[in-house]
Design a protein around this ligand. Sequence first.
Ligand SMILES: C[S@@+](CC[C@H](N)C(=O)[O-])C[C@H]1O[C@@H](n2cnc3c(N)ncnc32)[C@H](O)[C@@H]1O
Length: 322
Amino acid sequence: MDSNPASGKPCASENPPTRAETSGSRSAPLPEDREMVEARAQYLALRKEILPESDTQQRQARARHRLYTTVLDGNLTCCKLPSRVSRVLDLGSGIGCWAVDIARQHPEASVTCVDHHPVRLHDAPSNVTFHVADLNRDWPVEPNSLDLIHIRAMSDDVVSWPFILSQALQTLRPGGQLEVSEIRPRFWDFDGQFSVTDALPEGEQMSVELSAKMGVDLDPSANLPMWLDDAGFEKAAQRSEILPVGNWSKDAKLHQRATLYKDLLELSGWEGKSRQLFVSSGWDLPRYTALVNRMKESITQGGVRVYMTAVFTTCRRPADEQ
Ligand SMILES: C[S@@+](CC[C@H](N)C(=O)[O-])C[C@H]1O[C@@H](n2cnc3c(N)ncnc32)[C@H](O)[C@@H]1O
């Protein structure tokens, strides 16, 4: 359902035969071997060392929130919410930037934040509560109770999207809505200038291969429509928005996105997001840093109009179930 929003070409092939993609197909998933399970456990353990309340993570969380809401023209959701909302869940809430804003916008709603690290929410209105829980296990919410579930920037931490979606279906009330927002880990090029030797396709392909080997899907947006359908959701839709990488855009709106995305990439140190992936897969840091530096160079020096996409996937639990 997701498509290249511009006329440009994707950096790697459109449909790389990755485990991440095959695992979501309607055919039986590939069996997991011990090496894969161990590599994933090591990767998730490294991810768990990231503390949402550290200064860096707080700055990243704010930059991420600014970027996503700017892309949505100042809105907090891509889906249209009813004027009154009773119960909202934000999964993997971090320091609660989104949860606090939605709670202010909907003072009638009770907003629940879930994160596996205990987080003190600053300046949170009284209609926000925080729970420590693992979203890959049981969720601390009643079945059939939620009007909205919000999941943003969680692809690195989800073990099984089909599990998350089945939990979501059970905990939403009939007619309740789910929104999943992710930046796809794929580079696109407006002018089709990437060559196969370019560091950007190389880095992208490498992360696709490494994550597939450990059964982590860093690009769930590609499979979400199918998984949502399998889980029993209806009205699934996706909105793709361009995030220019580099300083090439003349359009004011795109230029603003580029600036905000650059802020986020700089705060996460560019390599921040994928370092755990490469390290868990046995790469040593110098080799990894060399690849990242070449990727940075090809953006700043290549004269290529590179962009990534933010994808907003929305759907709802059927209102009238038999
Ligand atoms: C990349 S941040 C995204 C935060 C927030 N959703 C946002 O858009 O700014 C990931 C958050 O998910 C939390 N997290 C990671 N794995 C988790 C898990 N298994 N269960 C609950 N929270 C988790 C992390 O502690 C972190 O706060």
